[in-house]
Design a protein around this ligand. Sequence first.
Ligand code: ADP
Ligand code: MG
Length: 251
Amino acid sequence: MSLPLLQVDSVTKRFGALTASDAVTLDLRAGEIHALIGPNGAGKSTLIAQIAGGLAPDAGRVLLNGTDVTALDTAGRAAKGLARTFQISALAMEHTVLQNAVLGALGAKGGRLGLFRSVLGDQTLRKTAEAALERVGLSDAAGTVTAALSHGQRRQLEVAVALTLRPKVFLMDEPMAGLGMEGSAAMTTLLDGLRAEAPILLVEHDMDAVFRLADRISVLVAGRVIATGRPDDIRQNAEVRAAYLGDEALP
Ligand code: ADP
Ligand code: MG
């Protein structure tokens, strides 16, 4: 088997007496969607923050493509191909969809915003941006001001901006949150195809989407991974079912 693109190795984080990440080990392999689920307060966001680089673990390591990135900050990890979406929306609402995608492509090249006018005329950046918009189904909205997009379209644009970075790994924090049925369905279709470009570590409360999309699911309870497996195995796992009693029901 090829080397996992992302490895979380015994990551531990304590907040006072609380162990929010308790020796968490998991990996993300080429071509897969690996969902991370767990009841509220289980430690999902804390783990994602440590993978993205915003929060330093007390112990353990994070490896990208076999390289230890534990000492790198968020920008350093992004430069190594870790794309995080949906936590902080960085879209410029007053600019068009295409302009936002071009700015994303510029960021991927380490450019600066000062030359915005000439940047928008840069054919290479523009092609990268247009390809990303096409990929997420937003070509027709390229000239639309971002503020006029629906919530679901903005999320698609966030994916397009992430795509301009040519990511090796996607970290997605609740991409379906706030989307209606139509938006969720569109996002599900998008993520389904995206895994071929870069694998996705997916935190998501929409259990129907999780069980439809995930190749593997890890279940986090009180900071600990209590199970990792294929959706069918997770659905039938007694410890997992017990952890979910009174919380979101498993489909
Ligand atoms: P989830 O995302 O699974 O709902 P979190 O990672 O947000 O869970 O939180 C896990 C636990 O860690 C919770 O008990 C939460 O209150 C606690 N926690 C998270 N961040 C902090 C912090 N900065 N300081 C203290 N406790 C925290
Ligand atoms: Mg959370």
